[in-house]
Design a protein around this ligand. Structure first.
Ligand SMILES: *Cc1c(COP(=O)(O)O)cnc(C)c1O
Ligand code: SF4
Length: 377
């Protein structure tokens, strides 16, 4: 971290900067910090500005073309903040933003308004966040994010996880981190020993391209999985970086071989200065159609749009039902063949299917009625 590359001079020592990148670096200073680890810099192609690793880390001039529809806070997180470090917009789960630093400042970051700035969350804000989580029993899952939580000192992270674990209604804890991608050596035996004390704990990481699948990254992921920590991956679909069926298949297959489950594939958020990195929605759907059915479905993530304003993550994809009739639906297979699927005939069945479904299942404890009910979108 001390050796992060942050300036054009430092970057020029490892790659031949293009005019586009030089312009981007000079102008983006005022917009969003640049920074990457020497390890990640080593993955860049020194002679090719269209290298997918380089395009994620080095700003280009197009970042300055801010469009009217682009937002500082595309997901409406700031209007769903019941406590300084907490984003709560789903009924049963919340984000806990505990740190504002990363080991890379991704050019596509949707939280660029918060990360790498000069207003880090302080101890009393984190206390206020913990207090909110403690007094809101309908939260069953907390997702620790930021910034990158694995940049906290191990002892500090251990302490934070312990305090979350002491909250009886928190069932699962997740950590969102790009450390396995950009600083995999951070995931050492000491860190993993601290994390595994707090099960059920999950890690979601953020690989975007098969070039990032190195022996070091593999060791980091496998150390986590071997400690019983399921690792998922969230990829952002990025124009010219991973926007081809071949690239996505290589990435997702590679991750699955490491026992990392591709979890989400995000359509790019409408964050300022990222228009050049987004693909059309129809292109995303077409790419997805090249995955589903064609490869092990364990390797196929959910394709989602995170709705502007805070509506949450919505699955999108090809339409597989092409026609509805009273007695059947016509479906299209992944190979494009039309097949008729007959509906059940006994629609007037004496026992309502929902009562059958729930027979013998204990009633879920409903925590909706807790003191603080938010205005959910
Ligand atoms: C993504 C997200 C979550 C977690 O959503 P899942 O679909 O359960 O992974 C929770 N809270 C917020 C605000 C989020 O953006
Ligand atoms: S690691 Fe995550 S939070 Fe940090 S800059 Fe990249 S996308 Fe944003």
């Amino acid at each position: 971290m001390r050796h992060m590359l942050t300036t054009a001079e430092e970057l020029a020592r490892v790659v031949t900067l293009s005019d586009d990148e030089r312009h981007g670096l000079a102008a983006s200073k005022a917009l969003f910090r640049t920074g990457l680890t020497p390890y990640y810099a080593d993955l860049m192609d020194p002679g090719d500005p269209s290298c997918p690793v380089r395009m994620q880390a080095i700003p280009r001039a197009a970042e300055l073309e801010i469009r009217g529809e682009e937002l500082r806070d595309p997901l409406g997180e700031d209007s769903h903040r019941p406590a300084p470090c907490v984003v709560h917009k789903y009924p049963d789960r919340a984000l806990f933003l505990v740190v504002d630093r990363c080991a890379i400042y991704c050019r596509h970051c949707n939280r660029r308004r918060l990360v790498g700035g000069d207003d880090p969350p302080n101890a009393s804000e984190i206390e206020a966040g913990l207090a909110y989580l403690r007094r809101t029993p309908r939260i069953r899952d907390v997702l620790i994010s930021g910034g990158d939580p694995l940049l906290l000192a191990t002892a500090k992270l251990d302490d934070l996880l312990g305090r979350l674990r002491a909250i009886p209604h928190l069932e699962t804890i997740r950590i969102g981190t790009r450390i396995p991608v950009v600083c995999p050596m951070r995931v050492d035996a000491e860190l993993v020993a601290a994390l595994r004390k707090h099960h059920p704990l999950f890690v979601n990481t953020h690989f975007n391209h098969a070039k990032e699948l190195t022996p070091e990254a593999r060791a980091a992921c496998e150390r986590l999985v071997d400690a019983g920590i399921p690792v998922g991956n969230q990829t952002v679909l990025l124009r010219g970086i991973n926007s081809s069926v071949r690239s996505l298949r290589a990435l997702f297959r590679g991750l699955l071989r490491w026992r990392v489950k591709p979890y989400y594939l995000f359509q790019g958020d409408t964050v300022i200065g990222t228009d050049h990195l987004r693909t059309p929605v129809d292109a995303a759907i077409e790419l997805y159609a090249g995955l589903r059915g064609w490869m092990n479905s364990m390797a196929v993530p959910h394709l989602v749009i995170d709705a502007p304003g805070g509506g949450g993550k919505l699955p999108i994809g090809p339409t597989y039902i092409v026609e509805r009739r009273p007695d059947a639906v016509v479906v299209r297979t992944y190979r494009g063949k039309l097949v008729e699927y007959p509906e059940a005939r006994a629609q007037d069945c004496a026992v309502p299917y929902d009562r059958v479904f729930f027979a013998g299942v204990p009633e879920d404890d409903d925590r909706e009625g807790s003191a603080e009910v938010l205005d959910l979108p």
